[in-house]
Design a protein around this ligand. Structure first.
Ligand SMILES: Nc1ncnc2c1ncn2[C@@H]1O[C@H](COP(=O)(O)OP(=O)(O)O)[C@@H](O)[C@H]1O
Ligand SMILES: [Mg+2]
Length: 223
């Protein structure tokens, strides 16, 4: 089973991934958690390139680097782990590409769909949890997380984080579009208490498993 988490930085993805992993492991499931970009030696190097604020990267270059990192992770780690019947929890997947590089940077959505399908080998998540937060609230969380003063240095943020509030508004709208068009998406209010969000996630997964009556690895389906 492949479960993905989406949402802008500060939404609470890492927090929920950690909680869900603990819960499922206690239930006796074999669980692996991964985050994009990264997860293999090459993918981590690409991650550094993408997030280091000193690099200027074109939107298309950014798209292809994220996609290259994804292809490495999917082929070398995710597909083999799914074959071993592991529950794979992924912090970001190609929906991030659609939201950030598509809606955020303005790249053509149809083209993105094709690139996403190539980079993920047609793999589709069984369930995608979208943690929704306003970019302003997310930024406030980031300030307190990094103990930044209100007048902070740009260099304290990574390359994606320094893209500005208007960019993140577009990304958020993109996620909302994805949510409207994909049944696998589950909307979560990121402003709720972490435990309440976690409970809702468990509830959703329980009903999903009841409906499919199986935790078999996701088949290669089209997006
Ligand atoms: N539901 C929540 N309510 C309030 N604060 C939260 C919540 N979830 C996470 N946080 C805090 O917000 C910050 C960002 O959370 P994190 O899980 O790292 O988000 P992400 O991985 O999406 O960037 C952290 O300081 C975390 O403790
Ligand atoms: Mg995180």
């Amino acid at each position: 089973m492949l479960i993905t988490f989406e949402g802008i930085d500060g939404a609470g993805k890492s927090t929920q991934v950690k909680k869900l992993k603990k819960y499922l492991m206690e239930k006796g499931h074999d669980v692996i958690t991964l985050r994009e970009p990264g997860g293999t030696v090459v993918a981590e190097k690409i991650r550094d390139l993408l997030l280091e604020s000193k690099h200027d990267i074109t939107p298309v270059g950014e798209l292809l680097l994220f996609s290259a990192s994804r292809a490495e992770l999917v082929q070398n780690v995710i597909l083999p782990e799914l074959k071993r019947n592991k529950v794979v929890i992924l912090d970001r997947f190609y929906d991030s590409t659609t939201a950030y590089q598509g809606y955020g940077r303005g790249l053509e959505l149809q083209l993105l769909q094709q690139i996403n399908a190539i980079a993920s080998f047609g793999l589709q998540p069984d369930c995608t949890f979208f943690l929704d937060i306003s970019p302003e609230d997310a930024l406030i969380r980031k300030f307190s997380e990094k103990s930044l003063p209100l007048a902070f240095e740009e260099s304290e943020l990574d390359r994606m984080e320094s893209s500005g509030l208007a960019f993140y508004q577009k990304v958020r709208k993109g996620y909302m579009k994805l949510l409207e068009n994909n049944e696998r998406f589950v909307l979560l209010n990121a402003g709720d208490e972490p435990q309440a969000i976690h409970d809702r996630i468990i509830q959703k997964l329980a009903s999903l498993c009841k409906n499919t009556a199986s935790t078999e690895p996701a088949k290669n389906r089209k997006q």
